[in-house]
Design a protein around this ligand. Structure first.
Ligand code: FES
Length: 570
């Protein structure tokens, strides 16, 4: 970076006279009281992802102050700027629909404004991958800190927290075990503090993967939103950002095939959200790094699941923090990691692990010899129902259902599901396989987290807790059950899922990684020939929806936009 390319001189607005551009830029920023001394320092952009709609980012203003303090302690000038903020429950039609928009926003704002490095403040599910995707594409030295997990609440003496308990307690309400007054009362207890969901949901998964990837300072992923350590981590992040600016360490020096593999290993070891595979594929894709589902499945057979957190286990993220966080996990599996990967700390992953305090007795991270799940918290399925793959989180499934054959009960879309799932006349038994289609990237659109198909009310009332469920959508990392997701190609593209009929037999064979529709090929050909695409989405001829529908790729490509990748398959 030459002097002409640094700080306030960076990316001058094009008036045809660079000296004038700098003069006018300084004139405007001096209106905010900056001195020439301040303006001559390395400039560290700080993403402001606060939104009054986003409780998961409630502490962002405090984090920004801490980051700024760290930047100034290191002799830099912090300048915050707003980006889109996305909360899972406040995004229509889905947060996933907007992830790529946030990534574009972050990328372009990082590129357009003068800064020498950027501090990314993520948290809620989509904000971490969106910021990483944007920063990777922008090529700017970048470092992530997160808002951190929320604390846990209490309901009538029971410890609860979003959002595994949201789903478990809602299922109890649907089954008639909890009445309307109690479920209303519970809604005030599930999210007792700001911060991200306190279980191994997508936010926690992405935070841990980001730390393992090397884009976050060690120890940062699990610190609760309410802890003083959270602010100290933010301060240290600001300080380190100044060094990254001076060293000119761009994301492509940190995010490599090896560090992506470290992140994927972490995903498996923590029993993370199935969304983690989609998001890390999108991040890697921004730098032309492929993520192969078959290789991921093979990796999974060697990586034990060690973390006893909901939804697969018992504890919450604040317990993982007290148990030593990611460090305690990675120290159990050093041979499965590439410890030579550089990180934003300026040291390698191995050096970071060596520098962290020694471990202590705890019961949240299991020893390698006594894992929660011996291998493959996640399995990649292939078969005639999912030629390009599907994902099953085995660790959150009913083990008795991992090998299962049943009769398909098909729901054509979300409206059909809503209309019929609780119909007392619905012909369904516990052994059936529930199929929900047209909730993929293009079909929904936005690939909603609707893959957690509710147990039909009459079966729930009869005590049925789990069934095999299949869709081309996603599932919240906080959910549980024998649920097959990301079926590709999706139904809206005419994938085999579009051809399933109620009454067909479906066989799941998770140990052999198979998912098959037991319909003979002549009949499949007849159905394929008769298939017609679903009607076009209203409003899909303009605006962001048109861009999304035209460009979004399938789950195995991270559901990113085709044009955002250096090279993609046809
Ligand atoms: Fe934001 Fe769960 S809703 S992390």
């Amino acid at each position: 970076m030459s002097d002409a390319d640094a700080g306030m001189k960076k990316g001058l607005t094009r008036y045809g006279d660079d000296a004038f551009s700098l003069f006018v830029r300084k004139a405007f920023i001096k209106a905010m009281g900056f001195s020439d001394d301040a303006l001559n320092r390395p400039i560290i952009g700080v993403t402001n992802t606060f939104s009054a709609y986003n409780a998961c980012h409630m502490n962002v203003p405090d984090l920004i102050e801490a980051v700024k303090r760290g930047v100034m302690l290191a002799g830099g000038l912090p300048i915050e700027f707003p980006t889109i903020s996305i909360h899972e429950s406040f995004a229509h039609p889905t947060s996933m629909f907007l992830r790529n928009l946030m990534a574009m926003d972050a990328e372009e704002m990082i590129r357009a404004q003068p800064m020498d490095a950027v501090v990314l403040i993520g948290g809620c599910d989509k904000t971490v991958p969106a910021l990483l995707m944007g920063a990777a594409s922008a090529g700017m030295p970048a470092i992530m800190t997160v808002t951190g997990p929320m604390g846990t609440g209490s309901h009538r003496g029971e410890r609860i927290g979003a959002c595994t308990d949201c789903r478990r307690l809602w299922a109890q309400f649907r089954a008639g075990e909890i009445d309307a007054a109690e479920i209303e009362d519970i809604s005030g207890k599930l999210v007792p503090t700001g911060g991200t969901c306190g279980v191994m949901g997508t936010a926690s998964t992405m935070a841990l993967m980001t730390e393992a990837l090397g884009m976050m300072l060690p120890g940062g992923a699990a610190i609760p939103a309410w802890a003083a350590d959270r602010l100290r981590h933010a301060e240290a992040t600001g300080t380190r950002a100044v060094a990254l600016a001076r060293e000119k360490t761009a994301p492509d020096q940190i995010i490599t095939q090896a560090s992506i593999n470290n992140a994927l290993t972490t995903l498996l070891a923590v029993g993370g959200s199935t969304n983690g595979i989609v998001h890390i594929t999108a991040v890697a894709g921004r730098l032309g790094i492929p993520v192969d589902l078959d290789a991921f499945d093979t990796m999974g057979r060697n990586v034990p699941m060690l973390v006893d957190l909901k939804p697969s286990g018992r504890f919450y993220m604040e317990d993982l923090w007290k148990a030593g966080g990611l460090t305690a996990i990675l120290r159990e599996i050093p041979d499965l990691l590439d410890l030579d990967c550089p990180t934003v700390s300026g040291r390698t992953l191995g050096e970071n692990l060596a520098d962290m305090p020694d471990g202590w007795p705890q019961g949240v991270v299991r020893p390698r010899a006594d894992p929660l799940f011996a291998q493959g918290s996640m399995a990649v399925l292939k078969g005639n129902l999912a030629p390009n793959g599907a994902v099953l989180k085995q660790s959150a499934a009913d083990k008795a259902l991992l090998t299962h054959e049943g009769r398909a009960v098909v729901f054509d879309n979300l409206a059909d599901l809503a209309a019929r799932i609780d119909d007392p006349d619905l012909e369904v038994i516990a052994n059936d396989v529930l199929v929900l289609r047209h909730i993929g990237p293009k079909g929904a659109p936005g690939m909603p987290e609707a893959g957690y198909i509710p147990i039909p009310k009459k079966l729930a009332h009869a005590g049925v807790k789990d069934m095999v469920r299949i869709s081309d959508g996603r599932m919240s990392g906080t959910a549980f059950g024998t649920i097959i997701l990301h079926v590709s190609p999706e139904a809206a593209l005419g994938g085999p899922l579009a051809l399933v009929q109620t009454g067909d037999r479906i066989r799941l064979d998770a140990p052999n990684r198979r998912l098959d529709l037991l319909v003979d090929e002549p009949e499949m050909t007849r159905r394929r020939d008769a298939w017609t695409p679903p009607p076009a989405h209203a409003g899909g001829d303009r605006s962001y929806l048109k861009l999304y529908l035209d460009e979004v790729m399938q789950a195995e490509d991270g559901a990113d936009f085709r044009f955002q990748r250096p090279s993609v398959k046809d």
